[in-house]
Design a protein around this ligand. Structure first.
Ligand code: G3P
Length: 224
């Protein structure tokens, strides 16, 4: 199971990488714009703090320009996986890119057929947007389940990277589906991996210890 940080914020990326087993970072034009940096400078900084892979999205909206941006991003670093939204021109571009050579994430996926077409064109990852479907009263988790079943049944090797996730319950439901990867905002990563009862348990261990020993040290002497 691969975990990605869905953010371009270096402080948050560094903090999370320090304590969680993170496989990489995902960014998109909206997340990049929040950091107010030039794209390639930001990518360079992310690649320096994170030794995993970085999914970076193209901005172009014609087949030719998407291919050109893809080649530019790929030549910048082999650790970049190029994200291409699954519009008509996006799929046309993925179809023409040598996906044996360049890893592609087909992104902004909202339907099973879009996912299957991207898998058939050779996309390494398929990124369905869970919460954006929930917002229009459909189930994002259900879509991921259907995509997983369809891709597995068709025998494609594309991995699902679930995206646009807004709470820890969605994370739990998605993990149960056996998907290969997930990208989470720093806030949801913290929410999913911490529990107030864990903090409470530690607090109680310390209180019990301090009743009998002088300090919080495993070499402490007993109180006299
Ligand atoms: O990677 C981007 C995807 O996670 C979109 O998330 O929160 O903008 O719906 P959101």
């Amino acid at each position: 199971m691969e975990y990605y940080i869905d953010s371009g914020n270096l402080t948050k990326i560094k903090e999370l990488i320090n304590w969680l087993p993170i496989d990489g970072v995902t960014i998109n034009p909206s997340l990049v714009s929040l950091e107010r940096k030039r794209l390639f400078s930001l990518i360079e900084e992310i690649l320096t703090v994170c030794d995993g892979r970085v999914h970076v999205q193209v901005l172009a909206n014609s087949e030719k320009d998407i291919i050109e941006e893809t080649l530019k991003l790929h030549s910048f670093s082999e650790r970049i996986i190029v994200k291409i939204p699954v519009s008509k021109v996006g799929l046309a571009a993925i179809k023409k890119i040598d996906t044996e050579e360049i890893d592609i994430t087909a992104t902004a996926v909202f339907g099973v057929s879009q996912a299957l077409a991207a898998a058939k064109c050779g996309a390494k990852y398929i990124a369905p947007y869970v919460s954006r479907l929930d917002k229009i009263e459909q189930s994002g988790v259900k879509l991921v389940e259907e995509i997983k079943k369809t891709i597995d049944a068709a025998g494609y090797s594309s991995k699902i990277i679930a995206a646009s996730i807004k709470n820890a319950n969605q994370v739990k439901e998605l993990l149960k589906l056996g998907i290969e990867s997930i990208t989470l905002s720093p806030e949801i990563l913290v929410q999913a991996h911490t529990h107030f009862l864990t903090d409470k348990a530690i607090e109680m261990f310390e209180e019990d210890w301090l009743r009998e020993y002088n300090t919080l040290s495993i070499e402490a002497d007993l109180k006299s």
